[in-house]
Design a protein around this ligand. Sequence first.
Ligand SMILES: Nc1nc2c(ncn2[C@@H]2O[C@H](COP(=O)(O)OP(=O)(O)OP(=O)(O)O)[C@@H](O)[C@H]2O)c(=O)[nH]1
Ligand SMILES: [Mg+2]
Length: 431
Amino acid sequence: MTDTIFALSSGVPPSGVAVVRISGPSVRFVLETTIGRLPAPRRLELKTIGGENDPIDRGLVAFFPAPRSFTGEDVAEYHLHGGRAVVSAFLELLGGLPGLRLAEAGEFTRRAFENDRLDLTEAEGLADLIAAETDAQRRQALRLAGGAFRQKAEEWRQRLIELRAHVEADLDFSDEEDVPVDVSSGVVTAIGNLRAELERELVAGRRGERIRDGLDVVVLGQPNAGKSSLINALAERDVAIVTDIPGTTRDLLEVRLDLDGYAVTLVDTAGLREGGDVIEVEGMRRGRARAAMADIVLWLDESDATPPEEVTSLECQVIGIRTKADLAPEGELAQSVSIHDRASLDWLLRRLAEEASRQLGGEAPLVSRVRQRQCLEQAEAALREAERSDLPAEVMADQLRRAGDALGRLSGRIDVEDVLGSIFSTFCIGK
Ligand SMILES: Nc1nc2c(ncn2[C@@H]2O[C@H](COP(=O)(O)OP(=O)(O)OP(=O)(O)O)[C@@H](O)[C@H]2O)c(=O)[nH]1
Ligand SMILES: [Mg+2]
């Protein structure tokens, strides 16, 4: 018999309201013990909680009988006052009841998955929704959690099953080996169309992963160009040490920003120059390596916004900026900022936001995680093989089966044990 699990699902007390969630076979018993009887299903009822003589609190209680609940099991939700003593007294009471224990991180969602209330992409969407820091991340996660990817993958799987049935029919009606596929049936064209759709999602998914993980903006420049000062000013926090000694920064320093709804990581680096001690040389190496993987590089220079060859040859968008505009002679202010001029900082933020929107905007992609991308890539590779019309029907059918299996791994229908732990452990307790 499964345990009944419980957890505080809302934030750390004290808070106005605290929500405690319980799921499992003992939920009815818990309700009877704590409020006397079962509330009407799916309705909030105001109840005295924890016994008439010495109640713990008075609050709203809801009962969701299986299978129409988040986990698919019997679920109860208690809306208590969010005081520390209220919450701990109630959790203690629950922990003392037979068959009940505290939930592990993500355990409610895991049960929902195991009871087929959601598939793996929806569970990932939920995790992303809880972790979302910006608007674009929230929108993308909500779409995933709402089943957009699940439905698409389901549709692809159906089409694969039909195609396979077609190809296997050719096999069944023949006694020979190496039966060729009947190309006139349009099977190969249909496989090609499906493959093209997967490919489009994979291309769009590069944006999806960027929206989820954030754009990398690496700040490069010579020592003393004002990189650390600019990052502090943009983040409005004292993140990096600033001095007038060239070679102050050595380690990579990261700051997260929300640019018009897009998550961005600004990376401070060691100033680039010839020479320097071992520490500085290592700092420059790290800065260059990070810049090689960046989405945007900001090149800063006091007197000239034109980046050097080393920077322009990078594969990402490079923006040259002149710093310390307040020290420059009048009239030389194009593409320039000063940490003492708020308007120039706002201009740079707008410029970066435009670039982020150019790289990440457009229709919301379905793919937003490496795991999802890899499943689609495997499906796409199998379809690419299957698309060859010179294949014996048996081989083609086998490739179609492989593509279907890859989509099955995407939704978590097959081969999931190894990924489950890593996905659900990223949730917080109570989800
Ligand atoms: N007047 C003025 N001074 C600035 C501005 N930005 C930076 N500085 C000064 O320039 C000097 C160097 O600034 P940092 O931010 O440390 O420069 P950096 O590029 O990070 O230097 P390294 O870490 O050594 O590579 C400091 O003395 C800052 O106060 C600015 O907009 N105006
Ligand atoms: Mg610095």
